[in-house]
Design a protein. Structure first.
Length: 306
């Protein structure tokens, strides 16, 4: 299904303009510190738009890698690593010069897991702390090391690692980690479908799902199309999408619905009709908006199976 939107040419031009001389992008147009989330999203949105510019961005990402194989969230921060490691691995997937860096990143990401996976935290959540309701055996990935699993970092880790399942000695744990992450997402879905940022139930109360968290989780679960949780969540997102007016949430909803073959042309029309898209100070939102305007290329770049 072709979903290119010529109305997004101005936001794409603005996105190109915001590229820093170093090859990265800032999270806000008013900032000066390069953000790896903004850089990854902008790189995916622009695709092969200028080989020299792409090479400069790839070099920037390779320079930012930490000694332990991870990547930080911002230039100069998070020397222990952050969830953006998954996103960088996706962006560098087809870059031959990045293979050694990617292998180091994959090893770090495979070893990184939610804190609830330790024996103490399993005991805590099973016996002592019943305020949240989830299975600690089903752990995913945290935002930063030594914290609990969350939906978005787990979803992007699944997208980064799923194509790498193999029996190679150095990568043999990938399949197990991906399967556990998938189980974690299914376990933590909201009772009526969709996902909140972390847990579906807290203090005995069902939490409301968030459109962006739901969409990103659905992208990671595209191989689980027969799971009732996936079906219910997809129905919820499809009903909710037409009510969305925030470009960030609407863009992710468009990408998720397109991944499952749902009709999104009317939603793209609603997206491009939103006021001041190109003037959005948030570069990550600007980039995701551009991604939603070309669903086929965006889903391929993200590694979402079709």
């Amino acid at each position: 299904m072709k979903t290119d939107s010529p109305e997004l040419s101005i936001p794409l031009t603005e996105l190109r303009r915001r590229r820093l001389p170093c090859g990265g992008w800032t999270a806000l147009s008013s900032s000066r510190q390069a953000s790896l989330e903004a850089t990854c999203l902008a790189t995916l949105a622009l695709g092969l738009d200028g080989i020299d510019a792409q090479a400069r961005t790839h070099e920037f990402l390779l320079r930012e890698q930490n000694p332990n194989g991870s990547w930080p969230a911002f230039h100069g921060d998070d020397r222990d690593g952050a969830w953006l490691t998954s996103f960088v691995l996706i962006v560098l997937r087809d870059v031959p010069a990045a293979i050694p860096a990617r292998l180091a990143g994959i090893r770090w990401l495979t070893a990184c897991q939610g804190k609830e996976s330790s024996w103490f935290w399993k005991w805590k959540f099973r016996i002592a702390d019943r305020h949240v309701r989830f299975d600690p055996e089903k752990s995913g990935w945290p935002w930063v090391p030594d914290t609990c699993s969350w939906v978005v970092p787990t979803a992007f880790a699944i997208l980064a690692l799923s194509p790498l399942r193999c029996s190679c000695a150095s990568l043999k744990e990938i399949g197990t980690r991906v399967d556990r992450g998938i189980a974690m997402l299914v376990d933590r879905a909201c009772p009526g479908g969709g996902w909140n940022a972390g847990n579906g139930i807290v203090y005995g109360a069902a939490l409301a799902p968030h459109p962006d968290d739901t969409a990103i989780a659905l992208l990671a679960l595209c191989r689980q199309t027969n799971d009732p949780i996936v079906e219910t969540s997809l129905e919820w997102l499809e009903k909710t999408a037409s009510t969305l007016t925030a470009p960030w949430s609407l863009s992710w909803a468009i990408l998720a619905l397109a991944a499952y073959g749902r009709e999104v042309r009317a939603l793209i029309s609603s997206l491009v009709a939103l006021p001041e898209l190109a003037g959005n100070n948030d570069t990550t939102t600007l980039a995701v908006t551009c991604l939603a305007g070309n669903c086929d290329r965006a889903l391929s770049a993200l590694g979402v199976p079709r």
